[in-house]
Design a protein around this ligand. Structure first.
Ligand code: NAP
Length: 307
C-alpha cells in the first residue's frame, strides 16, 4: 500500500460524489479517500453485497464516512435510468461524477440493448448515466466555486495503443468482425477521451477530464485471462512494479479534486499519472470525431427510448 491519501486532499465536507465501480479496485481507492475527506460518496455498483463489504472496510478506517449504495448495471440502460432517478430523489446537488467502472478484453458478448460488452459498460452506459446527471451537475456548478464540479472519465493509454488508428468505427460500433478483444477495449477507452472533450465543449462550467490511471494491480486482468488464457503467463510481467489500487488511484483523485486543474486550461484534457496534462492520440484529439460520437450516441440511445 502506498502513501495514504495518495494525493493531497482538500476538505470535501458538504460535497456529493458518485464513483461507478467504487466497491473495488481503483474505484474503491478513489471512493475511500473522497469519503475520508468528508464527501458523501455514492458507490454505484451492481452488487449490494459487494458494496456492503466495501463500506465495512471504509468505515473500519474512517468511522464517520458517509458512503451510500446506488444500484447500477452499466450493461443495462434501463438500470441507469432507474439509478439516476433514485439519486435525484435523494440529492439535489452533485459535485463529482467519477466514471470509473470498466471491463477489459472480455470475450465478445452483446448486452440486452444490443451493444458489445466493452463499449457498452466502458462508454455507452457512462454516457447515459452522465446525461441523466448533467442537469444536476450543471445546477451545482452554478453555486459552487469555479472548476470544483467535475466529471472524470477513467480511460486508459490503451485508447492510443490499442484502438483502430482511424478512431471510432461508426460503421460497426460493436467491432464484431475482424477485431480483437484488445482493439475493442482501446476503442471503448478512446470513446471515454472523446466524451470528455465534447462534455467540456458543451458544458464549459463543468470541468471534464479523461485520464490514464497507470498500470495498477486490480481485478481488471480477469477479462484478458478469460478471453486469452495465455495472458495469465504474461500478467506478472505486465504488472511488475505496479502499485495496488489505493496508491494507484492517485491520478483519479488528482483529476477529481486538485485545485491545480483550472476550468479554463484543463477542461477537456487527458491526464497521465500523476496530474500531467498530456496529448491523447490523434483520434482522441479529433474534435469532429468527438462531436460525431456524441450525436451518434444520442441517436442510438433515442432509438432505444433513452432520451
Ligand atoms: N488497472 C489498470 O491497470 C488500469 C489501467 C488503465 C485503465 N484502467 C481503468 O480503470 C478503471 C477501473 O478498473 P480497475 O483496474 O479498478 O478494475 P476492477 O478492479 O476490475 O474494477 C472494475 C469495476 O467495474 C465494475 N463493473 C464492471 N462491469 C460493470 C457493470 N456492468 N456495471 C457496473 N459496474 C461494473 C466492477 O464491478 P464488479 O465487481 O461487479 O464486476 C468493478 O467495480 C476501468 O475503467 C479501467 O479500464 C485500469
Amino acid at each position: 500500500m502506498g502513501p495514504n491519501p495518495p494525493t493531497p486532499m482538500p476538505d470535501l465536507s458538504g460535497k456529493v460524489a458518485i464513483v461507478t465501480g467504487g466497491h473495488t479496485g481503483l474505484g474503491f481507492g478513489t471512493g475511500i479517500e473522497l469519503a475520508k475527506a468528508g464527501a458523501r460518496v455514492y458507490i454505484a455498483s451492481r452488487s449490494e453485497s459487494k458494496f456492503k463489504e466495501a463500506k465495512r472496510d471504509i468505515v473500519a478506517e474512517y468511522p464517520d464516512a458517509d458512503v451510500r449504495f446506488l444500484q447500477v448495471d452499466l450493461a443495462d440502460l434501463s438500470s441507469l435510468n432507474r439509478a439516476g432517478r433514485k439519486f435525484l430523489q435523494e440529492e439535489s446537488n452533485l459535485h463529482l461524477l467519477v466514471n470509473n467502472a470498466g471491463v477489459m478484453c472480455v470475450p465478445y458478448e452483446e448486452t440486452v440493448d444490443g451493444f458489445e460488452m466493452q463499449i457498452a459498460v466502458n462508454y455507452i452506459g457512462h454516457f447515459l448515466f452522465t446525461k441523466i446527471l448533467l442537469p444536476t451537475l450543471y445546477k451545482t456548478a452554478a453555486t459552487s466555486s469555479k472548476g470544483s464540479v467535475r466529471i472524470v472519465n477513467v480511460s486508459s493509454d490503451g485508447h492510443a495503443k490499442l484502438a483502430p488508428k482511424e478512431g471510432i468505427v461508426f460503421s460497426d460500433i460493436n467491432m464484431e468482425e475482424d477485431y480483437s478483444v484488445w482493439a475493442r477495449y482501446g476503442h471503448s477507452k478512446l470513446a471515454n477521451v472523446l466524451h470528455s472533450r465534447e462534455l467540456a465543449k458543451r458544458y464549459p462550467d463543468i470541468l471534464s477530464v479523461s485520464l490514464h490511471p497507470g498500470t495498477v494491480k486490480t481485478n481488471l486482468s480477469a477479462g484478458p485471462i478469460s478471453s486469452t488464457p495465455l495472458y495469465r503467463l504474461i500478467k506478472p510481467l505486465v504488472e511488475l512494479g505496479a502499485p495496488g489500487p489505493r496508491k494507484g488511484a492517485a491520478n483519479i483523485l488528482f483529476a477529481a479534486v486538485s485545485p491545480a486543474l483550472k476550468l479554463g486550461s484543463a477542461n477537456g484534457t487527458y491526464l497521465v499519472p500523476v496530474g500531467k496534462i498530456s496529448a491523447p492520440s490523434k483520434a482522441g484529439s479529433d474534435e469532429k470525431m468527438a462531436e460525431d460520437l456524441w450525436r451518434w450516441t444520442e441517436m442510438e440511445l433515442a432509438s432505444r427510448g433513452f432520451e
